[in-house]
Design a protein around this ligand. Structure first.
Ligand code: CDP
Ligand code: CDP
Length: 206
């Protein structure tokens, strides 16, 4: 049987960190749907047309370290506003969500558009300042030459574009549990997420 955990929220809120930990805890598979849009954005930066890029995605596109740059993030956020691009990526995400044994998907529209019937939905957020500092530390730690101001500007610009677009905007689903991680350690955030999921019925036994 399937069981889908939908995790949405703004840039660098801790969605991926929580998703990986939740997936490990319950033995579920995990899909970072941001990587789909980042991979399309990277292909567009390389000269492809957005829709062709979305149709041409292959598995190897999704784990390239080069996708974690602010430049690719901005390109991702721009292609993500295109309805055709979003439509092209729906079936893959829904098939992943329906896999036997359980799945965690994180992104912007998982609980609202991709899996509106998901039994467990989390909206993971934190202040923009806090998210920028975390992403800055992460990028610097991975050797990227960025300033904190650039990272804050990227986070704010993407949040604005992602929230204001007409198609699948970033918004908490009505039935989502919101977790504000601003003043939480990773361990506390993961514990809050696990507790929220445990409160839902229908999980596969592991
Ligand atoms: O997936 P998303 O962009 O929402 O965020 P992430 O990549 O999981 O987290 C961004 C950074 O914040 C990572 O370096 C995490 O280790 C860090 N983080 C944190 O310091 N405290 C948390 N409660 C969650 C994440
Ligand atoms: O890790 P971070 O939160 O910074 O970004 P991401 O999750 O990798 O997403 C990159 C961009 O892809 C976002 O700014 C969104 O524009 C787009 N995205 C989306 O529109 N819908 C999703 N389900 C996931 C990402």
């Amino acid at each position: 049987m399937s069981f889908t955990v939908a995790i949405d929220g703004p840039a660098a809120a801790g969605k991926g960190t929580i998703s990986r930990a939740v997936a490990a805890h319950f033995g579920f598979a995990h899909l970072d749907t941001g990587l789909l849009y980042r991979a399309v954005g990277a292909r567009v930066l390389a000269g492809e047309a957005p829709l062709e890029a979305a149709h041409a995605l292959v598995a190897e596109d999704l784990d390239a370290d080069g996708l974690r740059t602010p430049e690719v993030a901005q390109a991702a956020s721009r292609v993500a506003a295109l309805p055709d691009v979003r439509s092209a990526l729906v079936d893959f995400q829904r098939a992943f969500a329906a896999r036997a044994g359980g799945a965690v998907l994180d992104g912007r529209d998982i609980g609202t558009v991709i899996c509106p019937d998901a039994p467990a939905k989390l909206f993971v957020t934190a202040s923009a300042e806090c998210r920028a500092t975390r992403r800055y530390d992460e990028l610097r730690g991975n050797g990227h030459d960025v300033t904190r101001d650039e990272v804050l500007a990227d986070v704010i610009a993407r949040d604005k574009r992602d929230s204001e677009r007409a198609t699948a905007p970033l918004i908490a689903a009505e039935d989502a549990v919101t977790i504000d991680t601003s003043d939480m350690s990773i361990e506390e955030a993961v514990a809050a997420a696990v507790a929220a999921i445990l409160s839902k019925d229908g999980r596969p036994e592991n």
